[in-house]
Design a protein around this ligand. Structure first.
Ligand SMILES: C[S@@+](CC[C@H](N)C(=O)[O-])C[C@H]1O[C@@H](n2cnc3c(N)ncnc32)[C@H](O)[C@@H]1O
Length: 279
């Protein structure tokens, strides 16, 4: 089942506020650290990797946002080369500046892409990483086919994503969140994600439920937004927008506690021999 929220197409494209505009990016960085636009920031990148070793690997980060994760994968986790792709020009520029300032531009680069096929040749990437970005992809079948195509045989897929909990349609807090933010999310349930990965050809597919961690983290985010981060967020957003932002963070925390959101770590592997290795 697919749960999404489409933009109101009666608006013209030019009238539509961009989803990742400057003040949105900056408020997320206030919450999760420079370069990070999703819950848990650097710590959660480590949790997605778990015991996976990136030493010497060529890594693609899909939906690289403000570049923090890509930088971390190279600097802290010893990936040989990281390429981040995103569809927002400002985020790609920002990511490049972050990596230049860190002296890591030789090993970490960013490409502006358009939604659609990934601009990489088949069998070319060791590891595909993506954090909380696939929820923006409307066609899960197409993106998993692309991820599978681009991975080298034996290559690994490491991901975190916001999936739909079973009761999402009954969750008033989630409806409130959609009304307040109007995000371009298309969220599916975990069974659909795992099945789609399997049909794309992945083996060793695992899904780890992160709801418990996320629920606590979202509550801590509420407390931080209303506490230590309040002054900087008010200065950035102004009083009215700050109030809306507080309501957004409450809605997310309540939706997580209700079970409507099912943040999940997904992993899979492209078989060494696509025709033979289904072990
Ligand atoms: C919630 S942010 C996460 C960013 C980053 N992974 C992080 O954790 O900080 C989702 C990102 O996905 C990007 N995105 C959305 N659709 C995309 C697409 N079709 N291809 C690449 N990136 C996309 C957005 O621009 C945004 O930067």
């Amino acid at each position: 089942m697919v749960f999404g929220f489409a933009f109101d197409f009666t608006l013209t494209v030019s009238a539509m506020p961009p989803e990742y505009e400057e003040s949105f990016i900056r408020r997320l960085e206030i919450m999760w650290g420079e370069g990070f636009l999703s819950p848990g920031g650097a710590d959660e990148v480590g949790a997605i990797l778990g015991n996976e070793d990136l030493f010497g690997a060529q890594v693609l980060d899909i939906g690289s946002g403000a570049g923090g994760a890509a930088l971390l994968l190279a600097r802290e986790y010893a990936a040989r080369r990281v390429i981040g792709v995103d569809i927002v020009p400002e985020l790609v520029e920002r990511s490049r500046r972050l990596c230049e300032a860190a002296g890591m531009s030789q090993r970490v680069s960013f490409e502006l892409v358009v939604p659609g096929p990934l601009p990489f040749v088949a069998d070319s990437i060791d590891v595909i990483f993506t954090k909380d970005s696939l929820l923006h992809f409307p066609d899960k079948v197409a993106i998993f086919q692309e991820i599978f195509r681009v991975l080298r045989p034996g290559g690994r897929f490491l991901c975190s994503d916001w999936l739909a909990g079973k009761n999402i349609a009954q969750c008033q807090a989630w409806s409130k969140f959609l009304e307040l933010r109007r995000p371009s999310f298309v969220m599916v349930n975990v069974e659909t994600m795992v099945q789609t990965m399997g049909e794309a050809g992945f083996v060793d597919v695992t899904a780890v439920d992160r709801t418990s961690w996320f629920t606590e983290a979202a509550q801590r985010d509420v407390e931080a937004v209303e506490g230590p981060q309040r002054a900087s967020l008010q200065e950035l957003l102004g009083e009215t927008e700050y109030g809306i932002w507080v309501a957004v963070r409450h809605a997310i925390a309540e939706a997580a506690a209700f079970g409507a959101l099912r943040p999940t770590h997904l992993r899979g592997r492209k078989p060494v021999n696509v025709d033979v290795d289904q072990s």
